[in-house]
Structure formats: structure tokens, C-alpha cells
Design a protein around this ligand. Structure first.
Ligand code: XUL
Ligand code: MN
Length: 353
């Protein structure tokens, strides 16, 4: 059978965040590596072939809550210059709404009105930082929106509180786009927006659904018991998949953020396949990596997981582009999915079929 080889349709831009090169602290032990300066991480991104960086608001301006607005803007401009010097772009700035004593029991869904107000004001500062970094895409991971015990919050009101907060942001900045990053649990026991379906549904409730989309993270889909490539396809079908956080996860455990493809290569292949086949990246969407350095890595090799994950994506892209589409169509037509299964495995393992 002749192979109908095709070239990749998409040209992909890759990004990661400064938190993806970390010092190795975990709930059972202290840091094991020295911190790496922001300017160095930006240079490392460039050297490893990345095109941009993702940020939390306080990755850009540390100790944000203790600084004046003028000071925040000044420090944000400094980071913008660092990116410009390396020819890198900022993909997004996300509000870190889960560290403050004021967000212990949630940000937009906190039971205390003054704490909800803090979360909204903090997010507006994050939008201002987005503007300084010349991006209008704000990712929102709703870390503590949900509950530890059911009776502590009103789940219906929580949904409306998040909608109202999003409406305030959409009104605050007419260029803003909000990308909801759902996750079913951790740090809370039950998140109020646990899946991509919930995220997209919430977007449609806002005052401008055309400016609310989503980000699918591999590990978060798996933690919800779902298949990440199906979640990505769901987002694509709604024209709402505006970013991804690729990584890997070995089942229902803590959020592992392993290197892309490290647990399940076929599942990673199917994520690349769905992105490539349905035009992801052609409207400027990024391939974001949200992978974590293994605690065992020594200082000098603490960014390998990023270079490796990017390389695995490109390797799997090649596998997607060299898939024999005629054979695939023929096996689908014959409903011979056992044979299709075997062909996919042979193709992935580089075995003669
Ligand atoms: C948490 C997570 C975050 C978001 C950004 O699990 O994935 O790092 O990606 O706030
Ligand atoms: Mn993420």
C-alpha cells in the first residue's frame, strides 16, 4: 500500500511558565535546587527553541499585593523588555488567586464579600499586566473555587459569582479574552468548574461569550477520568480551544505534570493528532507545556523535561503526518478496528506493518 505522506499543516509556537523550572520542594521535603533568575529562564526558553513564556501575575511582579500600581507597571515593563531582548512573546498572564490569606476559601466564590472584592481587584491588576506584556489572553485556573465540604458553600451561587466576576473583567477591558483552565480537584476536594464542558458552558453565560474560551490540560482531563484528546476535540468543536497545557499523568493521583508522553505515548499521539487535524495553532494558539521538573534532577539538568516534551510533540507530529490515511480509511470502512489498532501500534513503534 502506497503511503500518502502529508506535511504538518500547522506551524506551532511553544511556551512554558517560569514555575515549570522549579526548586523541587514537595509536601514532604524542602527545595533541592537553587532558584534560577527570571532573566536566565527567559534566555533558557530561547535556547531550547521556545517562542514565548506564560506567566502568573506575580511571576511578572513578585509580592504584587505589597506594591503600588505604578510600581507594578514599572516592573512589568522590565519583564517585557527582557522578553523583547530575546525575541520572545508572552502568551498569557494568569492571576494567582490561591496564595493569599484572603483566598483561603476561594477567590470569586469566597463566602466573604470583602475577599471576593480582593480577588476581582487583583484580577484587574493582572489584566493591566497582560496589557503591558502585549497579550490580551488571560488564563484563569479556578484553583480554590469549589468546596472542601458540600455544606460550606452554595454551588449554584458559586457559578453565578464566577460569571459576575468574568463579566466585570470583560467590561473592564474590551480586548480581553478569558481562557478557563478547568481541573476537577486539588487544591479543593471538589472544583465547581471541573471539566471542559463546564468551562465552555460557563463562557456561554457571560455578557460576551465570544471572548471566553478554554485551555485543556492533559493531566486535568485525566484527573477527571476523561481523555485529553476528546476534551481538546470538544473545545475545537465549539471553536473554544484557545490554549493547551500538555503534560502527562499516571491515573488518579496527585497532579503529576510529567513530561508530555512520558506515561502514555499513544494518548499523547492522539492529542497531537486532534490538534493537527483540526487546525489548532493556525489562529495563533500556542502549544503550552505545563510540566514539572522531577525532584531528583540536579541543578544543571533541571530544564530537560521542557526540551524533551517539545521534542516529543514534534516527534509525534511526524507520526501524525506519516500515518497512512488511505489504509486508515479502508480499515474504518471495513470496521476492522482490531487491524486499525495494530496498525497504529506498529506505526508508533516504528515497526514494519
Ligand atoms: C495548576 C495549573 C496551573 C495553571 C496556571 O494545576 O495547571 O499552573 O496552569 O495557573
Ligand atoms: Mn496548567
Amino acid at each position: 500500500m502506497a503511503k500518502s505522506k502529508s506535511k504538518a499543516k500547522g506551524k506551532y509556537r511553544f511556551s512554558f511558565g517560569p514555575w515549570n523550572i522549579d526548586e523541587g520542594a514537595d509536601p514532604f521535603g524542602p527545595p533541592v535546587r537553587n532558584p534560577i533568575a527570571q532573566s536566565k529562564k527567559i534566555k533558557m526558553a530561547k535556547q531550547m527553541g521556545f517562542d514565548g513564556m506564560q506567566f502568573h501575575d506575580d511571576d511578572v511582579v513578585p509580592d504584587l499585593d505589597t506594591k503600588s500600581h505604578a510600581q507594578i507597571m514599572k516592573e512589568a515593563k522590565r519583564v517585557k523588555r527582557m522578553l523583547d531582548n530575546e525575541g520572545l512573546k508572552a502568551e498569557f498572564v494568569a492571576p494567582r488567586l490561591w496564595f493569599s490569606p484572603r483566598t483561603i476559601d476561594g477567590a470569586y466564590t469566597n463566602n466573604k464579600a470583602r475577599d471576593r472584592k480582593y480577588a476581582i481587584e487583583r484580577t484587574k491588576v493582572c489584566i493591566d499586566i497582560n496589557n503591558v506584556l502585549n497579550t490580551s489572553w488571560m488564563v484563569v485556573w479556578l484553583a480554590r473555587e469549589g468546596s472542601y465540604i458540600r455544606e460550606s458553600k452554595n454551588p449554584r451561587i458559586e457559578v453565578l459569582q464566577i460569571r459576575d466576576a468574568f463579566n466585570a473583567f470583560l467590561e473592564y477591558d474590551p480586548k480581553l479574552r478569558i481562557l478557563i483552565e478547568p481541573k476537577p480537584n486539588e487544591p479543593v476536594d471538589s472544583a465547581i468548574i471541573p471539566t471542559i464542558g463546564h468551562a465552555i458552558g460557563l463562557g456561554y453565560m457571560t455578557c460576551d461569550p465570544s471572548r471566553v474560551g478554554c485551555l485543556v490540560e492533559t493531566a486535568h482531563s485525566i484527573l477527571a477520568g476523561l481523555d485529553p484528546s476528546d476534551d481538546m476535540a470538544y473545545g475545537l468543536a465549539h471553536d473554544k480551544l484557545w490554549s493547551v497545557h500538555l503534560n502527562d499523568q499516571g491515573g488518579l493521583k496527585f497532579d503529576q505534570d510529567k513530561s508530555f508522553g512520558s506515561y502514555n505515548l499513544r494518548r499523547a499521539f492522539n492529542q497531537v493528532r486532534v490538534l493537527e487535524e483540526y487546525g489548532y495553532g493556525r489562529k495563533g494558539e500556542w502549544v503550552g507545556l505545563d510540566v514539572k521538573t522531577m525532584r531528583t534532577q540536579k541543578q544543571a539538568v533541571s530544564a530537560k523535561h521542557l526540551a524533551n516534551s517539545r521534542q516529543t510533540f514534534l516527534f509525534l507530529l511526524e507520526k501524525v503526518c506519516t500515518l497512512d490515511r488511505d489504509l486508515e480509511a479502508q480499515l474504518i470502512d471495513a470496521r476492522d478496528y482490531e487491524e486499525l489498532d495494530r496498525y497504529i501500534l506498529c506505526h508508533l513503534m516504528g515497526l514494519k506493518y
